[in-house]
Design a protein around this ligand. Sequence first.
Ligand SMILES: NC(=O)C1=CN([C@@H]2O[C@H](COP(=O)(O)OP(=O)(O)OC[C@H]3O[C@@H](n4cnc5c(N)ncnc54)[C@H](OP(=O)(O)O)[C@@H]3O)[C@@H](O)[C@H]2O)C=CC1
Ligand SMILES: CC(C)CCC[C@@H](C)[C@H]1CC=C2C3=C(CC[C@@]21C)[C@@]1(C)CC[C@H](O)C(C)(C)[C@@H]1CC3
Length: 418
Amino acid sequence: MAQRRGPGPRGLSRETRGAAALMLLLPATMVHLLLVARSGPARLLGPPPYLPGLEALWSPRALLLWLTWLGLQAALYLLPARKVAEGQELKDKSTLRYPINGFQALVLTALLVTLGVLAGLPLEELAEMLLPLAFVATLTAFIFSLLLYLKALLAPTSALAPGGNSGNPIYDFILGRELNPRIGSFDFKYFCELRPGLIGWVLINLALLMKEAELRGSPSLAMWLVNGFQLLYVGDALWQEEAILTTMDITHDGFGFMLAFGDLAWVPFTYSLQAQFLLYHPQPLGWPMASVICLINAVGFYIFRGANTQKNTFRKNPSDPRVADLETIPTATGRQLLVSGWWGMVRHPNYLGDLIMALAWSLPCGTSHLLPYFYLLYFTALLVHREDRDERQCLQKYGLAWRDYCRRVPYRIVPYIY
Ligand SMILES: NC(=O)C1=CN([C@@H]2O[C@H](COP(=O)(O)OP(=O)(O)OC[C@H]3O[C@@H](n4cnc5c(N)ncnc54)[C@H](OP(=O)(O)O)[C@@H]3O)[C@@H](O)[C@H]2O)C=CC1
Ligand SMILES: CC(C)CCC[C@@H](C)[C@H]1CC=C2C3=C(CC[C@@]21C)[C@@]1(C)CC[C@H](O)C(C)(C)[C@@H]1CC3
């Protein structure tokens, strides 16, 4: 997501035009990927096999299903939580409280889906409904962000995201004005970031696995691996739910179209691309290669989880025995920066682990097509942009101490390469 800037002296700034173009380009890319994944040649860079008319995109059944799904996840969010966590301190020195019951929502959803399937619910039919479902999810994200924009017009300045009041309505609509839009204790950004999209992603994967079993008698090893790896990723995100409270999305970014579309449509319908590809393009995969891929995923997960846990533990309590021995750099803000352990290897070790996992999710799809590697390519671009944005913020926050950190840990994501 781009850095916020105000309008230029003559109408829309370059950034605004870029952001507005993204608003059209991203849903178009998602539809392209959905169409191409089920086409014979599956060419990422080729034209789509056909241009879908409104009758292929719009389905009242898909709308009903999608609204039921959102309603179910909202109801699970409102259930009593095992813990209520406090977020970071806000501009007005207050803190917000967040229910920690995401993993519980995943387990309850799994239970409900299992009961449904045992009672005859044709879950595999979802595989045929991805296009209209993605369309209604995009429509919902658009309407929802419009409502959020209007709501934010009434919010006090202290409730706005840094830069959420650029004065340019298009920019603010896309990147979001309010930092933590809520009704009562229901936090929309926190809810959307972890529930309907992430859990929806594993549900779509499961539906594709069941559809493959229906078509070919049993799911392929490649499909099992993709399902298993991505379930681990989502399960981990929900198990470690509290850690999201210190990510940029929650502490810094407004909740506008970009994040609403990303959370509700982009994640479930494009992150499931490998499973979609495998359904229509079965790939042979033997156990030796599968074991190597599992090892790559395990290494990625180990780095990703190790780095994220080390930073979260340190930020919560620097004298925690698990991190107390690590070398640090003091900063003028009173906070310290880790300069040994994972954060002494590269400046964004968690991104490195995430990227290694992204590779492991594509490898089961073989090397005959570029399409299943879309996630890896997109994700590399996203993380390089994110890392650049984060480093600018850290330089502003920590000044000389950040420069010292960059000198002592010269590589950003990949040791000795980048
Ligand atoms: N699957 C997906 O689509 C996506 C996944 N992700 C993943 O989400 C996770 C969170 O990412 P993100 O929010 O971008 O950023 P990080 O979790 O990496 O947080 C960055 C912040 O960490 C703190 N920090 C940086 N360096 C140090 C250090 N040396 N010592 C201590 N603290 C430090 C700084 O904040 P401060 O000092 O204020 O604490 C900095 O702003 C990552 O694992 C990423 O891979 C992200 C985007 C998309
Ligand atoms: C539509 C745009 C091109 C991009 C939108 C970006 C969003 C899809 C991502 C921004 C940050 C995200 C995070 C996760 C999912 C993707 C989005 C929403 C995350 C929840 C995935 C699981 C991880 O364990 C995490 C660390 C909790 C992630 C947090 C950031």
